[in-house]
Write a protein that binds this ligand. Sequence first.
Ligand SMILES: [Zn+2]
Length: 241
Amino acid sequence: MSALSTTTTTNRYSSDSGSSISSNLTDDTKTSLAAALDTASFSWVAWFCSLKGNAMLCQVDRSYLEDAFNFAGLEELVPCFAQAMDIILDVQRDSGSTTDSIDRMSEDQRDIIESAAELLYGLVHQRFILSTRGLKRMYDKYKACGFGRCHRVYCRGQPVLPVGQSDVPGKTTVNVYCPRCKDIYFPQVASDGNIDGAFFGTSFPSLFLLRYPNLVPSLPVETFVPRIYGFKVHYSSPLNK
Ligand SMILES: [Zn+2]
């Protein structure tokens, strides 16, 4: 993702500019401002989720990203973990800052750090969408048909859910699960299918439907019947094996 400019790693909420503003704000206003910043459209998270091919990802809450507990065990899976964290959180440190370091890096080194940030975000995304807050965020996308519809004709346009065939990154790309025919498919939009399946994990559709049981559709009643010139193919035909 060489398209990531160094400006996206700059902390736009730096303590210098924030302190003079915040001193004039009431607590309620500060809370509202914090909430607004949490979903600010110019954050790295918002930028990353807006990229082509990442449409099925939701924006992980900043408060979730700031809780170190949610990253437990990921240090072993993600190279350059600390620098990747700083990119995700738009953190700019003082002397020897990550941003400065990135500026001095070669393009290859920057690509490594940026890829690490994307991997780290994907793995914490897998955890976030299983939380109450994350399930609600995915619910909103599902209701808007944000993950596409089932390819199967007799599922009548049933909305689908993203699923991975592994919780470990690098195994398979994301698939979509149809809760009507209970099978998995490649995403309808080809570019959506390039993302790692581990960014959603194997548990998401099942937990989602347990959380929202009213969304579980009835089983399809129709099945395709092979015919030749309008006549059903005999049961002994090789077509029916
Ligand atoms: Zn289906």
